[in-house]
Design a protein around this ligand. Structure first.
Ligand SMILES: C[S@@+](CC[C@H](N)C(=O)[O-])C[C@H]1O[C@@H](n2cnc3c(N)ncnc32)[C@H](O)[C@@H]1O
Length: 391
């Protein structure tokens, strides 16, 4: 099985994990990945480092432009109205990164919907102390309504539970179909390097998952199974008394994610805006991520009492919320023509299908105890007023 080809000295976390493997035996890939990302001392998300944006390792939609948050703010305002403008509306954001999405949402609400802004509470659930610190600094001007809490503190909430690129950061199990049997990847150590071995799965939940989403792995194929994703969604559904769950991430429905032609899964490592498929290098110093199985989120939602209100590409979601108009307005505020041109190119990234974030990113909105057939984001271009000026 593939061993690391890394010639550089092992990172502090690699040493910790090798010692653990030598004393406890091979670790499931999910345990290995969990340490890479969330080891309290050396995990990628836990230490002080720039992860998102130009000086980090990857971009997210909220790091591209404030328009992303401004349009989500519009959708949140409509959700508030659909619920009857309650005085205890909570926007809960789990995995808020640098806090830019929260900042853009709150600033837009303050300007465009002051009544809603004056009533809402914005509660952040964030695993990383370093990120909590960054969020606190960025959101200082909104401190009246922002607070941090544990997920379970939100029990009984009325409002919207929001996440952008959270679920892709959950640790996953790696599996392979060999000689008609499902096997699991474990991480071992050989000659001082990480080394993968295939074993019987440690839990029957892995084959149970594939049956549940109604797929079979093709012979020889490797795939990831994110057991944490559906259980996270069930927990969110239970916490919510009334309202919405808005999940944005890259991914597909199970039939596409586990398709026979996808022979080696979607696991990807990000470091300084370069990608690699080797999780055994820069251990704890690079991001590890996988595409989300939206079938699992939809199914888990249905099983825990959520109604599916919207599922579609980020492109459709943003266009429905008035992306074109917002783009034209932002462009009109730019005085320098080349700044306006740069703005257009940046914003195109949010909706472009190929090479951009428009198609690979999906948006899922689920509801509990709400009647919401006409969400703004579901509007088709036909239903939108034409912008007054052209490009
Ligand atoms: C890929 S980043 C996305 C950041 C941000 N939402 C954005 O769009 O820029 C993942 C975020 O989720 C956080 N995170 C990961 N697992 C988490 C968990 N179980 N609970 C809370 N936050 C978590 C990470 O610390 C990080 O802030």
């Amino acid at each position: 099985m593939a061993a690391t080809l890394d010639q550089s000295p092992p990172s502090p976390l690699a040493i910790v994990l090798m010692e653990r493997i030598l004393s406890e035996g091979p670790l499931s890939f999910a345990t290995f990945m969990e340490s890479c990302l969330y080891h309290p001392e050396y995990g990628y998300y836990m230490g002080p480092r720039q992860r998102i944006g130009r000086d980090g390792d990857f971009f997210t939609s909220s790091s591209v432009h404030a328009i992303f948050g401004q349009l989500i703010a519009k959708q949140l305002h409509q959700m508030w109205e659909v619920l009857g403008c309650p005085v205890d509306f909570i926007i809960a954001e789990q995995g808020a990164g640098t806090g830019h999405l929260a900042q853009d949402i709150l600033t837009a609400l303050q300007v465009d919907y002051p009544d809603f802004y004056s009533k809402l509470r914005y509660c952040i659930v964030e695993i990383s102390a370093d990120n909590r610190l960054r969020q606190g600094e960025l959101l200082a001007s909104h401190q009246r309504c922002v607070s941090w809490c544990e997920q379970n503190d939100l029990a009984g909430m009325v409002g919207c539970y929001l996440s952008n690129e959270l679920v892709d950061a959950f640790p996953v199990h790696l599996v392979e179909q060999r000689d008609g049997k499902l096997l699991e990847v474990f991480v071992s150590v050989e000659h001082g390097s990480f080394h993968e071995i295939l074993q019987e799965p440690a839990t029957e939940a892995l084959s149970g998952y594939l049956k549940w989403v109604d797929v079979e792995l093709a012979e020889g194929n490797r795939a990831e199974i994110n057991l944490a994703a559906p259980s996270w969604l069930c927990n969110v559904a239970e916490l919510l008394q009334r309202g919405f769950v808005l999940t944005i991430d890259y991914g597909y429905l199970a039939s596409e994610l586990f398709a026979p032609w996808r022979t080696s899964g979607t696991l990807m490592c990000y470091y300084q805006h370069t990608t690699d498929a080797n999780p055994y290098i820069r251990v704890g110093e690079q991001d590890l991520t996988t595409h989300v199985d939206f079938s699992a989120l939809i199914k888990a939602g249905v099983e825990s009492g959520l109604q599916q209100l919207f599922y579609g590409d980020q492109c459709k979601f943003l266009l429905g919320l008035g992306f074109v108009d917002a783009l034209l307005q932002a462009q009109a505020r730019e005085v320098e023509p080349h700044h306006a041109q740069a703005l257009r190119l940046t914003l195109k990234n949010l909706i472009l299908p190929e090479g951009g974030m428009g198609e690979i990113f999906k948006v899922l909105i689920q509801g509990k105890g709400v009647q919401a057939e006409n969400l703004l984001c579901a509007r088709s271009l036909r239903d939108l007023p034409l912008p007054v000026s052209g490009f």
